[in-house]
Design a protein around this ligand. Structure first.
Ligand code: HEC
Length: 101
């Protein structure tokens, strides 16, 4: 029984099954912070992107990556989302859910 529990723990904690917030933070600080502000808290006309459910952020980023217009300034985000991999998106979404100043 204990072996099964350990195995499940290993599976759920494996970073390939969930976004890695640490990697997401590094990526955010490099590519996103200049618009969305420290910890994604939002700046001027750039929306706050922290605190949202992981699924929400993943959905938004994938839609921008696919070239979908969501708001009036989507062109900027489409450009930013194009080079992101699925993994990048998962990591960023995991980071942003918890990101606080
Ligand atoms: C050049 C400025 C800029 C950069 C850099 C940028 N964004 Fe954005 N982002 C925007 C703007 C503007 C919007 C609103 C777009 C619209 O009107 O649809 C937005 C929207 C978003 C949204 C959707 C918010 C919502 O609730 O609808 C998310 C999530 C997001 N950005 C994440 C990121 C991530 C992650 C990065 C780094 C990979 C990033 N952004 C880099 C300007 C930027």
């Amino acid at each position: 029984m204990i072996k099964i529990i350990l195995l499940l723990l290993v599976i759920f904690m494996n970073p390939t099954f969930a976004g890695n917030a640490k990697l997401g933070e590094a990526k955010f600080n490099m590519n996103c912070k200049q618009c969305h502000g420290p910890s994604g808290m939002g700046m001027a006309s750039y929306p706050k992107v922290s605190g949202n459910p992981i699924e929400y952020t993943i959905d938004r980023l994938k839609r921008y990556r696919a070239g979908e217009e969501i708001g009036p300034n989507s062109a900027l985000m489409i450009m930013m989302a194009k080079p992101l991999s699925d993994k990048d998106i998962e990591n960023l979404s995991a980071y942003l859910k918890e990101a606080k100043k």
